[in-house]
Ligand binder design. Structure first.
Ligand code: HEM
Length: 510
C-alpha cells in the first residue's frame, strides 16, 4: 500500500516537473520567445540541447535549424540563437551589457576562473592578471622553448617517414607539451612518450597515473551537456551522477593539483637559494609585480591553471590538426603555401624558422585563418545572458535573463560575409582587399572583452608548426575525399587523422 502511494507521488511529481510545468511556462511565455521559430521541442524542454550535446550533434542541429528557419531561432526554453553581424556586435562587442551565461556554471568547481566568471569586475581582475604575461613580448621569451619542441617534432616525424601517423595524436602531444612549459615550466614530454598519461595527485596527496586528455574530454562532454539546461543544471548533474565520466573527469583536477604543487615547490626552492621565482603563467597567479605573494587558495590556483592549460593546449591542437588535414586535401593550397615558405627561409639548412621570418607571410596567415573559419576549435554559439533590464540583439528586443548566442558554425559559412564557396577551403579569400569586413564575422577567437586572451600565442604556435610541417613534409590522405571526424564537446575535438608522411626533399637531419 505504502509502495503504491510512494509510486503515485513520484509519478505525479515527475509528470508535473517535466511535462506539465514546462508546457505551462511555454504557454505563459513570460519572455515572449514564442514569436521565434523553435527547433524541435527546444522551446518546451532544454532536454533537446542536453541530449544533442551528449551525442556531439548540437552545433550541427542548430546550424540546420538556421538553414531552415532563418537568422533567429529559439534553441532552448530561454535561449535564442542568431546568425548575423549585428548580433555579433550586440552580444560580444566591447561595451555589450550581456554577461557570460549561467551555462558556464556547469564547469565551476570550488572557485571561479577567468573563463567562467560572470561578474564583470571579478573577470577584469582575473583578465588583467594574465594580460601582461600573454602580451607580445612574452612570445619572444617563448620562442626558444617552442623551438626545442619543434626540433622534437621533426625528430619524431622523421622517424616515421614512409609510414602512416596519426597527426591528431602528434598535435595533441606537441601542443600540450608547449602549454605545460608556458604554464608551469614543466616538461610533460607527451610527444616523445606518445601518450597524455601522467602523474595525478588527489587533494590529500595520493599519487596515481591518469590520462589527462581523456579526463578532460570526459568532463567537458558531461559539463557542456549539463550546461545547456542552465535552469535545471543541479538536477541534470544529480540525475547523471552515476555516469563514470564524472569520476574520470576528476583525473583532470588531480593532474593539475600535481602540476601546481610541483610548481610551488620549484618557487620555494629557488627563493630558498636566493633566486627570483620562475617566470611563467603560474607566476602571475602567485606574485604581484613587486614580488609580494598574492596568497590565492589552492582551489583557485588549480581551477585557473586547469582552464588556461586546456585553453592553450586543446584549442591550438584542434586548430593545427584541422589545418593540416585541410591542406593535405587541398594540394593546390599546399603548393602555394610551400612556394611562399621557400621564399622566407631555407628549410634544408634551417628546418625550424625564426618566427620573425614567417610571421608576416600573407598566405601562411590566410591558410590558418581559413582553417579556423571552416573548422573553428569552438564552433558552437558562445552563450551570453541579457542584463536584467533586457537588451536589443540583432534588431529585436529581448527580456532580461534571456540566453543569446551567435552560431559560429553558421556565420562562418555565410556567403554574404565570406563570399563564394563558403563550404570550401579557399585561403585566397583572406587575401581580398575587402577581407577586413570578414574579420567582423570571424568568431574563431570570439570578439570583445571576453575574446581569447591567448590569440597572439595561438597564431605564433600555429604559424611555426604549419611552416615546419609544410616546408619539410608531404602528407598523403587515405583517399582524397577522406573526412576528418569531429566529436564536439565544448570544443570541437577532432578524431584521429591518419596521414602517410613523406619527406619533401632530401631534408637535413637535425
Ligand atoms: C587556435 C587556438 C585558440 C582558439 C581557437 C581559441 C578560442 C577561444 C575562444 C572562442 C574563446 C572564447 C570562449 C568563450 O567565450 O567561452 C577563448 C577564450 C579564452 N582563451 Fe582561447 N583560443 C585559442 C588559444 C588559446 C591560448 C593559446 C590560450 C592561452 C595561452 C588561450 C586562453 C584563453 C582564455 C584564458 C580564454 C578566456 C578569456 C576570458 O574569458 O576573458 N586560448 N579562446
Amino acid at each position: 500500500m505504502f509502495a503504491l502511494w510512494l509510486w503515485q507521488i513520484s509519478f505525479t511529481t515527475l509528470l508535473v516537473r517535466f511535462l506539465l510545468w514546462p508546457l505551462f511556462v511555454y504557454w505563459r511565455d513570460p519572455k515572449k520567445l514564442r514569436r521565434f521559430p523553435s527547433v524541435s521541442c527546444a522551446g518546451i524542454t532544454d532536454a533537446w540541447g542536453v541530449l544533442h550535446q551528449y551525442r556531439h550533434t548540437r552545433t550541427r542541429a542548430v546550424h540546420e535549424a538556421h538553414k531552415r528557419h532563418g537568422e533567429v531561432v529559439r534553441v532552448g526554453t530561454e535561449h535564442v540563437s542568431f546568425a548575423t553581424l549585428q548580433a555579433i556586435r550586440d552580444i560580444y562587442g566591447h561595451g555589450t551589457p550581456a554577461t557570460k551565461d549561467n551555462f558556464y556554471g556547469a564547469f565551476v568547481s570550488t572557485h571561479l576562473n577567468i573563463s567562467d566568471a560572470q561578474d564583470k569586475h571579478v573577470h577584469s581582475v582575473k583578465r588583467r592578471r594574465f594580460a601582461a604575461a600573454l602580451a607580445q613580448k612574452s612570445i619572444i621569451q617563448l620562442e626558444q622553448s617552442v623551438h626545442g619542441h619543434l626540433k622534437r617534432l621533426v625528430r619524431v616525424l622523421d622517424a616515421q617517414v614512409g609510414h602512416e601517423v596519426d597527426m591528431k595524436g602528434v598535435m595533441l602531444h606537441l601542443m600540450y607539451d608547449i602549454a605545460s612549459m608556458l604554464m608551469y615550466t614543466q616538461d610533460t614530454n607527451f610527444l616523445e612518450k606518445g601518450t597524455t598519461v601522467t602523474t595525478a595527485e588527489t587533494p590529500d596527496g595520493r599519487l596515481y597515473e591518469a590520462d589527462m586528455y581523456q579526463a578532460m574530454v570526459d568532463s567537458s562532454r558531461l559539463a557542456t551537456s549539463a550546461g545547456w539546461a542552465p535552469r535545471a543544471m543541479k538536477l541534470t548533474k544529480f540525475l547523471t551522477q552515476w555516469h563514470p565520466g564524472w569520476a574520470r573527469g576528476n583525473g583532470q583536477r588531480d593532474v593539475t593539483i600535481h602540476f601546481v604543487r610541483k610548481r610551488l615547490r620549484m618557487d620555494s626552492e629557488r627563493i630558498g637559494s636566493g633566486l627570483p621565482p620562475m617566470d611563467d603563467l603560474m607566476t602571475t597567479m602567485l606574485w604581484d609585480r613587486e614580488g609580494n605573494a598574492l596568497g590565492l587558495e589552492l582551489g583557485e590556483l588549480v581551477t585557473e591553471a586547469a582552464n588556461m592549460f586546456n585553453a592553450a593546449g586543446e584549442n591550438t591542437e584542434i586548430a593545427a590538426t584541422n589545418i593540416i588535414w585541410l591542406l593535405a586535401k587541398t594540394p593546390r593550397a599546399a603548393a602555394r603555401l610551400r612556394e611562399e615558405l621557400d621564399t622566407a627561409f631555407d628549410h634544408l639548412a634551417t628546418p625550424i624558422p625564426r618566427y620573425d621570418d614567417i610571421k608576416d607571410l600573407p598566405y601562411l596567415r590566410a591558410c590558418i585563418d581559413e582553417g579556423l573559419r571552416l573548422r573553428p576549435s569552438i564552433e558552437g554559439g558562445l552563450p551570453r545572458l541579457t542584463p536584467p533590464e533586457g537588451m536589443r540583439v540583432g534588431g529585436v528586443w529581448l527580456e532580461g535573463g534571456t540566453t543569446v548566442s551567435v552560431s559560429t558554425h553558421t556565420v562562418h559559412r555565410d556567403p554574404r560575409i565570406f563570399h563564394e564557396d563558403p563550404d570550401d577551403y579557399v585561403p585566397e579569400r583572406w587575401l581580398r582587399v575587402d577581407s577586413s569586413a570578414m574579420q567582423r564575422g570571424f568568431l574563431a577567437f570570439s570578439q570583445g572583452g571576453r575574446a581569447c586572451i591567448g590569440r597572439n600565442i595561438a597564431y605564433f604556435e600555429m604559424a611555426l608548426v604549419v611552416a615546419v610541417l609544410f616546408s619539410r613534409y608531404d602528407f598523403d590522405l587515405r583517399s582524397p575525399d577522406w573526412e576528418l571526424g569531429i566529436e564536439e564537446n565544448f570544443s570541437a575535438h577532432t578524431k584521429a587523422l591518419p596521414l602517410t608522411i613523406k619527406l619533401r626533399d632530401v631534408a637535413q637531419e637535425i
